[in-house]
Design a protein around this ligand. Structure first.
Ligand SMILES: Cc1cc2nc3c(=O)[nH]c(=O)nc-3n(C[C@H](O)[C@H](O)[C@H](O)COP(=O)(O)OP(=O)(O)OC[C@H]3O[C@@H](n4cnc5c(N)ncnc54)[C@H](O)[C@@H]3O)c2cc1C
Length: 314
């Protein structure tokens, strides 16, 4: 008998869960409140005059040590929508030509609906009912996997105290992402800079797949403290840091456009200690908050949630 399974969130955890369920012969529907697939594997498209610029304002790269994830990455490399990034050990990868292309390609056979927000979940006999914000209607599912960041997930779990308890144990660092571009191709600079061992407010700065378009990220300590600070002030502080670093490579870096994105729940500081699936009902949680602060961990958690749900549906 076919089952009706809902996955909340079209980030990598939701997509991994849906692909895994498909491998068990189970179809699912992913819904996401955002305009685009991918969640924190973000690509920002900015139109300035006739030109369109792409910035990678979320994850900058991903690793692939897990065997199932490696298979997906290897296929992407073969089919040219994933490329190796830099010369790191273990190797790092990126979507090509944008980060988002990675997700659109791996989810071609999955049913995904964007601009679809779930605002409530409740128990109905042995099933789960989900409230769609737009139509204000409740729809019943045989199983649900919710992959939204832990603090937002908590708000949905009032009827599932065990999962609520799990979600309470996770915590995040925020991150400010400043997107900027150079007037001219900056020939003499590397593609990325890491600042972890530097007293700078920045943690990382990298070009997108075109070296003119960059994103700089602030450290968690700075971001957490400045969530309510005036955005213009933050933008100027980040720009001065960027200019200071680049002064080693060029006289006056010509940075012409910049936009700031604030990620309130950016990187996991503490993962969940607790259960991933409700002890009675076919509802599970997945996301980086279950496994670790990166794309690969979110993928692994999505697969685990799918396996738990599959076993529960028996
Ligand atoms: C600035 C930044 C830089 C990072 N850098 C790296 C990096 O370089 N390498 C790395 O490996 N990781 C990095 N990470 C971490 C990585 O991006 C995340 O760990 C991973 O993408 C999380 O995936 P996820 O599927 O768990 O969650 P998400 O990607 O957050 O997906 C959750 C989805 O749920 C949707 N949603 C939320 N509420 C609802 C609702 N009520 N109804 C429907 N949909 C909803 C959201 O729109 C979102 O699309 C970075 C993260 C940030 C923010």
């Amino acid at each position: 008998m076919s089952k009706k399974i809902l996955i909340i969130g079209s980030g990598i955890a939701g997509i991994a869960a849906s692909l895994k369920l498909k491998s068990y012969g189970l179809e699912s529907t992913i819904v996401d409140k955002g305009n685009f697939i991918g969640g924190r594997i973000g690509t920002r498209e900015e139109k300035v005059g006739k030109n369109t610029y792409y910035f990678f304002h979320g994850a900058q790269f991903f690793t692939a040590k897990n065997n199932n994830f490696k298979k997906i990455i290897n296929l992407g490399i073969k089919e040219h929508y994933i490329k190796k990034f830099g010369d790191f050990s273990p190797p790092r990868f990126r979507g090509f030509p944008t980060m988002r292309n990675f997700l659109t390609n791996i989810s071609k056979d999955i049913n995904i609906q964007q601009n679809f927000k779930i605002t409530g979940l409740k128990k109905i006999n042995k099933k789960i009912s989900a409230l769609d914000e737009k139509s204000k209607s409740w729809n019943v599912f045989d199983a649900v996997i919710s992959t939204i960041p832990a603090p937002q997930n908590l708000e949905l779990m009032n009827n599932f105290p065990v999962l609520k308890q799990s979600l309470k144990t996770a915590s995040y660092d925020a991150c400010m992402a400043l997107m900027f571009y150079f007037d001219e191709h900056p020939l003499k600079i590397p593609d990325y800079f890491e600042f972890y061992n530097n007293p700078s407010i920045l943690s990382w700065m990298a070009a997108s797949n075109n070296k003119r378009y960059w994103t700089a990220h602030t450290k968690g300590s700075y971001s957490n403290l400045n969530l309510d600070t005036n955005k213009l002030l933050i933008k100027n502080e980040i720009l001065s840091s960027i200019e200071e670093f680049l002064s080693v490579f060029m006289n006056r870096p010509n940075i012409n456009f910049s936009s700031l994105h604030v990620w309130k729940y950016a990187k996991i500081k503490q993962i969940v200690v607790g259960k991933q699936i409700d002890p009675e009902f076919p509802i599970a949680i997945a996301g980086d908050f279950m496994e670790g602060p990166n794309v690969e961990s979110a993928f692994i958690s999505g697969e685990k949630a799918a396996e738990l749900v599959f076993n529960r549906l028996g």
